[in-house]
Design a protein around this ligand. Structure first.
Ligand code: ADP
Ligand code: ZN
Length: 305
C-alpha cells in the first residue's frame, strides 16, 4: 500500500472546493467538499484533507482545476496565483504555493474548464478528438480547449464566455433588449446567457422556467452563436457542453438545431450538420468533469504519467 502512488484532485469553485484522492476516475479512495471561504483557510483545509486521506499511501502529485483568472505562465513571478477576480479576498492569492509547502509534492494548476476539457478528452466524451472543447454554462460561462493533448494556453488562457454576443430576437420577433450582467462588458455571451443573466431576465432562477418557456429559444440562439464562433476559430473535433444551465434537458438539442443555421452551410462537415448530435455532446462526467480534470492534471506532472 505504502508504495501505491495516489494523486490528489481539487476542483476549486466560488462556492465549494471538491477534493478527492485516488488514481483517476475509476479509483477514488476518498472524497470531500469544503466550503469556499478565504484562500488561506480554504487551501489549508484542502491540504489537511489530502494529508489525512493519503496516510499510508504515497501522494505523488496534486492537480488543481480552479476558477480564474489564473496566472499560468511559468516564467511569471506570479505563476500559480489568482489574478484579479471579483471574488472577495482571492485577487492575487497564491494557489500552488500553499499546497506545495504543506504537502511537499508537485502541484499542477489549470482552469476548471481546461481541466474538464482534459478529463473529457482523456477518459470521457471527447476521446480521440483534437482539438477537444469543453464549454460550461453556469454561474459563469467558460471554455477550455485541449490541443495535441495539452490544455491551450497563450497570452493567458481562453476566456470563451466573454466573446461579443450578437443581438438576437425572441421567438415572436421582439428584439432582445436585455442589457446583460457582465460587469466588464454588459452584453457579452456570459452577460446575456449565463445562469444569473437568465435569472435577471426571468426574475426567478433559471431552473424554474419550464421547457416551453420562450427564453430557451433565445438561450439556444446565444449558445449556438458562440459555438459557431469556436468552430470557426479553433476548429474543434467535438464540443462538450456542461454546467448548471445545460441541465435543462431540451437545451442541447435546441443548440444542435441552431448551429447549422448559424454556420449557414459554410463549414462542410457532417459534424456541424446531419451528425451534429455526435458533435455537441453532454459531458461523460457530468458535474464531476472538473474534478476528474484535476486528476488528469496531477497525472500529467512531469515524471508521473
Ligand atoms: P457554477 O457555475 O457555480 O459552478 P453550475 O454549473 O451548477 O455552478 O451553475 C449554476 C447556475 O446554473 C445557476 O445560475 C443556476 O440557476 C443554473 N441552473 C442550475 N440548474 C439548472 C437547471 N436545471 N436549469 C436551468 N438552469 C439551472
Ligand atoms: Zn464579459
Amino acid at each position: 500500500m505504502m508504495n501505491t502512488p495516489l494523486y490528489g484532485a481539487v476542483e476549486g469553485g466560488g462556492t465549494k472546493f471538491v477534493c478527492a484522492l485516488g488514481n483517476g476516475p475509476d479509483q477514488i479512495v476518498a472524497r470531500t467538499r469544503i466550503d469556499t471561504t478565504g484562500p488561506a483557510e480554504t487551501l489549508g483545509r484542502v491540504a489537511d484533507f489530502l494529508r489525512e486521506a493519503s496516510r499510508g499511501y504515497r501522494l505523488a502529485a496534486v492537480g488543481v482545476a480552479c476558477f480564474g483568472p489564473l496566472e499560468l505562465d511559468e516564467r511569471s513571478p506570479a505563476y500559480g496565483t489568482m489574478l484579479e477576480t471579483p471574488k472577495p479576498g482571492w485577487s492575487g492569492a497564491p494557489i500552488i504555493a500553499p499546497l506545495r509547502q504543506r504537502l511537499g509534492v508537485p502541484v499542477a494548476l489549470d482552469t476548471d474548464v481546461s481541466g474538464a476539457a482534459l478529463a473529457e478528452w482523456r477518459w470521457g466524451a471527447a476521446q480521440g478528438c483534437d482539438p477537444a472543447l469543453y464549454l460550461t454554462v453556469g454561474t459563469g460561462i467558460g471554455g477550455g480547449a485541449v490541443v495535441g493533448g495539452r490544455p491551450l494556453h497563450g497570452l493567458l488562457h481562453p476566456e470563451m464566455g466573454h466573446i461579443p454576443a450578437p443581438r438576437l430576437a425572441w421567438p415572436d420577433g421582439r428584439p432582445d433588449d436585455f442589457p446583460g450582467v457582465c460587469p466588464f462588458h454588459g452584453n457579452c455571451f456570459e452577460g446575456m446567457a449565463s445562469g444569473p443573466a437568465l435569472q435577471a431576465r426571468l426574475g426567478a432562477p433559471a431552473e424554474t422556467a419550464g421547457p416551453e418557456h420562450p427564453v430557451w429559444d433565445l438561450e439556444a440562439g446565444y449558445i449556438a452563436s458562440a459555438v459557431a464562433t469556436y468552430v470557426l476559430v479553433l476548429s474543434p473535433q467535438r464540443l462538450v457542453a456542461g454546467g448548471g444551465v445545460m441541465q435543462q434537458a431540451h437545451l442541447i438539442d435546441r443548440v444542435r438545431q441552431r448551429l447549422p443555421e448559424v454556420l449557414a452551410g459554410y463549414v462542410k462537415r457532417a459534424e456541424v450538420d446531419a451528425a451534429v448530435e455526435r458533435y455537441v455532446v453532454a459531458p461523460h462526467f457530468g458535474q464531476d468533469a472538473g474534478l476528474m480534470g484535476a486528476f488528469a492534471l496531477a497525472m500529467n506532472v512531469k515524471g508521473e504519467t
